[in-house]
Ligand binder design. Sequence first.
Ligand code: PLP
Length: 427
Amino acid sequence: ELSQEETGDGRTDVERLDKEYVFGTWSYQSEVEPTEVTGAGGVRFRDARGNEWIDFSAQLMCSNLGHSADAVADAIAEQARDGAYFAPGYATEARAKLGEKLAEVTPGDLSRTFFSTSGTEAVEAAIKIARMYTGKQKIVSRYRSYHGATYGSISVTGDPRRLKAEPGIPGTIKAPDPYAYGSTLDPMESLEYIDEMLMLEGDTVAAVLVEPIVGSNGILVPPREYLPRLKEIAHDHDALLICDEVMAGFGRAGEWFGCDVFDVKPDIMTMAKGLSSAYAPLGATIVTPEIANHFEDEMFCHGHTYAGHPVSCAAGLAAIETYQEENLIEHAREVGSYLGDRLDELAADHPSVGDTRGVGLFRGIELTKREGERVPFGSRLDKISRGNTIVDDVTAAAADGGVYVASMINTLIIAPPLPITESDIDE
Ligand code: PLP
């Protein structure tokens, strides 16, 4: 039994063990200071010192149902008892029904799903599928993006976290972003640049891979016409459009998926996070029947032991049923618009708030050094160089006030669990 009493170094026993024996992700290990959590419910959680936190980023923008989705927890327990794992050659009700459910909620005729256990793996599979289907090798993605941590997915990632993995896999090319506030290129002009890139690459590009609404790189919502035009450009050059919905999907943007905000139907879509609402590790890559049919006669050379793990699939199915039964997508749209209004008040009044932007419950606050000017606190490279950025100071101050909020480089990421209420937002 571990006691939760604080010890001489200010850490609880659990915090000390975690620090000593566990690698922290994306961090200098000497700076990792985990906080022991002891319980959670709704949009809140508690730590070992008795503090209650309001979760304003749904942890890593993944706990979309919040922390007391009993139906999901029950589905997990039931599946684990009835048969925790069977090899891919066996059909399980949870995986089959989840596949059918994803065909129902995803746009267009996306209908055949490869299951995995994370967003990273979902992207990894999408890259392989696009390459095998088109017979071409190159993937165009954008600078302000995050697509995962393994070699393929980090190679198509544009943010500075890719730098230590470079040169990465061959055949990845980065394009400019739709970042109206912080880039010299107008979002729609940046598209014409991509058109020219694809022309100059000749017929060698398998796919254009984008987050329809950029998440950890600053919550960038493109203009309404951007994504439809991007799809047109990709198809003009015989390249597929892959939408990475790992963060934007499952109600976060007030629609089922980020691409639904723009009424665009991609050729391939990747999902994770809200797919199981983080109750179990689950990733998914869904494709059109045309792409799926290609693999009737070419071997689908991909898979892992835990692909389509029944316990994770049971969690995913129960999570999607909960979004539907509790009308959480509509709720996210409505309460998200209230959140947007409250954030705009900050932008109007606060000298350090340069921009607030977003859609639904997927919003960002970008800080500026000088009122009225676009002078970022910290640079993109601060994330891999040592030491805090001012944004880390802001999140630490929020933590002192009992608010958990994630941040990246210069932007606070406001993405609470979907069941959040107006009064939680006021608080
Ligand atoms: N794609 C996007 C858009 C993401 O935001 C993330 C993670 O934040 C990933 C992929 C990678 O997902 P995971 O961390 O589950 O591997």
